[in-house]
Design a protein around this ligand. Structure first.
Ligand code: GRF
Length: 199
């Protein structure tokens, strides 16, 4: 099965997925790494790993126009699943329609708590004792689609946004590949908001 990975920055989740594939633990092929920010470190990583890296800047382009550009780039590649791995733009309608129920995102909080940006700081400010990360299908809302996987980490008294983010990131790197494997296997069904494993 073919993945397209959309990134905006560091790309540690992308790298973790690529390594799982290399290790034979995830049966998939990364057919494209698309960055909407030309300086994204993920593009360098893709080149180092010998994966097809596409710089497609989104600056100054509205959400739906950009989504149509991504659809056009991906169309010839036969992509089965789109992975948003630190992709910091909203996903426009053309992409949602072309890949309905075939786009996954990872978010560094336990949704539905703390959607949006700066979520580790939001968690600290709220005073929660646990946070974590969520892999979910992407729909038209902001971080609202059906949840595929979550992992929990404690929030410690001495935490800053950075130390909490680092603890969450370790879990992100684990659950994203597991969630991708489940969705690619097709052994699930979506009932309302619930993603249920089939045995
Ligand atoms: C991660 O925390 C992810 O949950 C969020 O953006 C960050 C991306 O990190 N959506 P990286 O680019 O994968 O290192």
């Amino acid at each position: 099965k073919k993945l397209a990975i959309l990134v905006s920055g560091r790309g540690s989740n992308f790298e973790a997925i690529a390594r799982q594939i290399r290790a034979g633990k995830l049966q998939a092929e990364i057919a494209a790494v698309v960055a909407n920010v030309p300086s994204a470190k993920a593009l360098e990583t893709a080149e180092t790993l010998g994966l097809p890296a596409i710089s497609l800047p989104s600056k100054g382009i509205d959400t739906d126009t950009y989504a149509a550009m991504v659809v056009e780039q991906l169309a010839p590649l036969g992509i089965d699943l789109i992975i948003l791995a630190g992709f910091m733009r909203r996903v426009g309608t053309p992409l949602l329609e072309a890949y309905r129920d075939r786009i996954l995102n990872i978010h560094p909080s336990l949704l539905p708590s703390f959607p949006g940006l700066h979520v580790q700081q939001q968690a600290l400010d709220y005073g929660v004792k646990f946070s974590g990360c969520t892999v979910h299908f992407v729909d038209a809302g902001l971080d609202t689609g059906p949840i595929v996987a979550q992992a929990v980490v404690p929030v410690l008294d001495g935490d800053t946004a950075d130390t909490l983010a680092a603890r969450i990131l370790v879990e992100e790197h684990k659950i994203f590949s597991e969630a991708i494997a489940l969705i690619l296997s097709g052994a699930y069904r979506v009932e309302g908001r619930r993603v249920i494993r089939k045995d």
